[in-house]
Design a protein around this ligand. Structure first.
Ligand SMILES: *Cc1c(COP(=O)(O)O)cnc(C)c1O
Length: 458
């Protein structure tokens, strides 16, 4: 099925369509049915797989999760920025259902199909930069990072990889080595991949540096400690996700890109969390006038189906030899059809503007809270990627001592009132908000009200 623009919305199941889009708490959270499932899980699921909130979800729509006890949870996590177009978004469900029945799998490297090409066309169109771009589709964010590094190494003939302090890039062997936090992501899982160097980032709230000053520090480190001759790529999240939605100072990213261009280093944007309309632009790089050589996407690209990509300058992408890239499930037709529907939805429903609407409302609410609380050190973000960094009382103007305990208490308070909030931050002291872009003003306000009550209990 190639005519994916012709989306029908009548296939949404009756159970999902019947969800009244509001928060509703009908049992203790977790309720008895969730607790029973959690006991079953403990007998068969590895404890290495963590659980933020042990409620088991039966169905979902928009920004509302319905658990097996009938509680309706207001979702500020969106599966960590995956269901950006909303849970069970109509066009995504319709496109995936149609594609599932038409063609589920061939393996693109054996016999191709049109949806893979459509996704590559959309990525070429929407990623920053006016040059010719080629893509490879894979299954997960970490796999996209691995492939980006492979391609950069082949193109440059160099082996070293540089990443920023406070970065997060995944849980595979190479990406474990690329994360700032070894714990919990790599503890006991070594030996890790070599040739990975960690260099200082731009963290205006904590380093007080301008973009130019921070870039000078990063470049100095790259030149003196890593060495350019061996450096294949510099991999950067334009807004650092897991470590606390760290927004770099203006000028930082374009200055590094210029340095990379001058020195023959491939600069790679990890837009896995920040990309696909999340920040009110298709890609967060656009906020910083950054046009990366390669862009990595995953999470939100297919509305909840597993899909990821490396997209970038054709001459770099084509350095890989035929047969060197790919994988059995990479660019699966159902995931690709869903991705095309995601891009359709962003355009048709004007979701870039919706991200700004939600972000402005959330940010205003959080700033209002901050004006009455001395533990909110900074409210920051772009579009609907918003965070509040919490510090110990009275340290906001001085040492900015991280306050993870307050974050835990606020998240627990929110959960018990049917609001799913996530933490982030190297020190666990950041509240992060990744609402779907279909969240109404009423639901944003409802979440803020619960949070306000939470602050009052601290
Ligand atoms: C989630 C994430 C990854 C890893 O993606 P997976 O699909 O979990 O492998 C990599 N980089 C960033 C910035 C992420 O947020």
């Amino acid at each position: 099925m190639t005519d994916t623009m012709q989306t029908s919305t009548d296939v949404t199941t009756a159970a999902v369509a019947s969800i009244a889009l509001k928060r509703k708490v009908v049992t203790a959270i977790p309720g008895p049915a969730s607790q029973a499932l959690h006991a079953r899980r403990a007998k068969v699921v590895s404890t290495g797989v963590a659980t933020t909130l042990p409620i088991y979800i039966d169905r979902a729509h928009g920004s509302i999760l319905v658990d097996v006890d009938g509680n309706q949870i207001l979702d500020f996590g969106a599966g960590i920025g995956v269901t950006t177009v909303g849970h069970t978004a109509d066009r995504v469900v319709a496109a995936a259902q149609r594609q599932l029945a038409d063609l589920t799998h061939t393996l693109f490297t054996i016999t191709p199909y049109p949806e893979y090409v459509q996704v590559a066309e959309l990525l070429a169109q929407h990623t920053p930069g006016a040059w010719e771009k080629h893509s490879v589709l894979v299954n997960s964010g970490a796999e996209a990072v691995e492939n980006g590094v492979k391609i950069a190494r082949k193109f440059t003939g160099r082996r070293a990889v540089a990443v920023l302090d406070h970065a997060y890039h995944g849980r595979t062997n190479l990406t474990m080595a690329m994360n700032f936090r070894a714990h919990p992501y790599a503890t006991g899982f070594g030996p890790l991949a070599g040739d990975v160097y960690h260099v200082p980032n731009s963290y205006p709230y904590r380093d007080g540096l301008s973009g130019a000053e921070a870039a000078t520090r990063t470049i100095d480190y790259l030149e003196k400690i890593v060495g350019v001759a061996d450096l294949a790529c510099l991999v950067i999240e334009p807004i650092q996700g897991e470590c606390g939605f760290i927004v770099p100072a203006d000028g930082y990213l374009p200055t590094l890109q210029q340095w990379c261009t001058d020195t023959g280093v491939v600069m790679i944007a990890d837009e896995i969390q920040s990309g696909i309309a999340r920040t009110g632009r298709y890609f967060a790089s656009e906020h910083f006038n950054w046009e990366p050589d390669l862009v990595l996407t995953a999470k939100a690209i297919a509305g909840g189906l597993p899909l990821a990509a490396v997209t970038g300058r054709a001459e770099i992408m084509d350095a890989a030899q035929s047969g060197g890239l790919g994988g059995t499930f990479g660019g699966n037709p159902v995931a690709c059809a869903a991705a095309v529907a995601v891009f359709d939805t962003i355009a048709a429903d004007n979701l870039l503007a919706e991200a700004d609407r939600i972000g402005a409302r959330l940010t205003a609410g959080l700033r209002d809270l901050a004006s009455r609380s001395d533990i909110i050190g900074e409210v920051r973000g772009r579009g609907a990627m918003v965070a509040a960094e919490l510090v110990q009382p009275g340290t906001g103007a001085t040492t900015k001592e991280p306050n993870a305990a307050a974050v835990s208490k606020l998240i627990a308070h929110a959960a018990s009132h049917g609001v799913l909030l996530l933490s982030a931050g190297t020190w666990g002291n950041v509240l992060r908000f990744l609402p779907s872009l279909v969240m109404s003003n009423e639901l944003v306000d409802d979440g803020l009200e619960v949070l306000r009550d939470g602050f009052a209990t601290l």
